[in-house]
Design a protein around this ligand. Sequence first.
Ligand code: ADP
Length: 254
Amino acid sequence: LSQRIPVAGDSELADLAVVLNTTFSRLEQAFDRQRQFTADASHELRTPLTLMISEAQTALARERSPEDYREALSGCLDAAQQMRRLTEALLELARTDGGSGAARDVFDLSVCVREVAERFQPMIAERGLKLEMDLAPVEIEGGVERFGLVVANLLSNAIHYNVQGGTVWLITRRAGDSAEFVVEDTGIGISPEDQSQVFERFFRADKARSRIDGKFGLGLAICRAVVEADGGTIQLQSREGKGSRFTVRYPVPR
Ligand code: ADP
């Protein structure tokens, strides 16, 4: 692919060469992204794997107390669960990329949002946050499981990147020809430089801290992929130190 077709003269052939060269460039970029994705995924899997191996090696090196064994096993379990979360996220991306599993139904966004929010109530209470919901019924045609994943990812971020005593808003409404789902928080916000990158796979604004939490930087990439699979868009507005608002829009079925 590194060799380009020379563009000679002002003819249809020259036009064709330009089109082909553009296609080659796009393919090259796609291959690069794929390579980077594989490298990032392998790297993320290696971290918990290394942890499991070293826990097991230390435990087996000599005779230990039952408490020590218990501690080593618990470390292994944490690492294994982190690997499971990561593989599930990677599989979800692969499924969406492949365009498979695109089951479609007509469903009400507000019902799905209420169900997912219910699951997060304990976490919201534990963090001392306030949840405000304004959920008007609005139907779309798409995958209800996929939409549930979007709600869970955006809500989980709004909780995780919030501040003590902060608020999270969940809104569903009809806006013109669109069905809107909005998640807004009073959290740490996202800098203007990072805003264009947060939907990239494996991007994390604060890598060191995210790693400790077992976050991978895949949540928003998954959100974007699954929203687009149902013909929707996802948009971010944010101010550092003030908060963030993610707006998901789907066409309303006629
Ligand atoms: P993860 O949360 O696993 O790191 P995401 O893809 O969900 O990955 O988010 C990517 C990055 O975007 C996060 O690491 C964080 O820096 C930033 N981010 C996402 N949502 C928010 C939010 N609501 N407030 C502030 N920062 C956010």
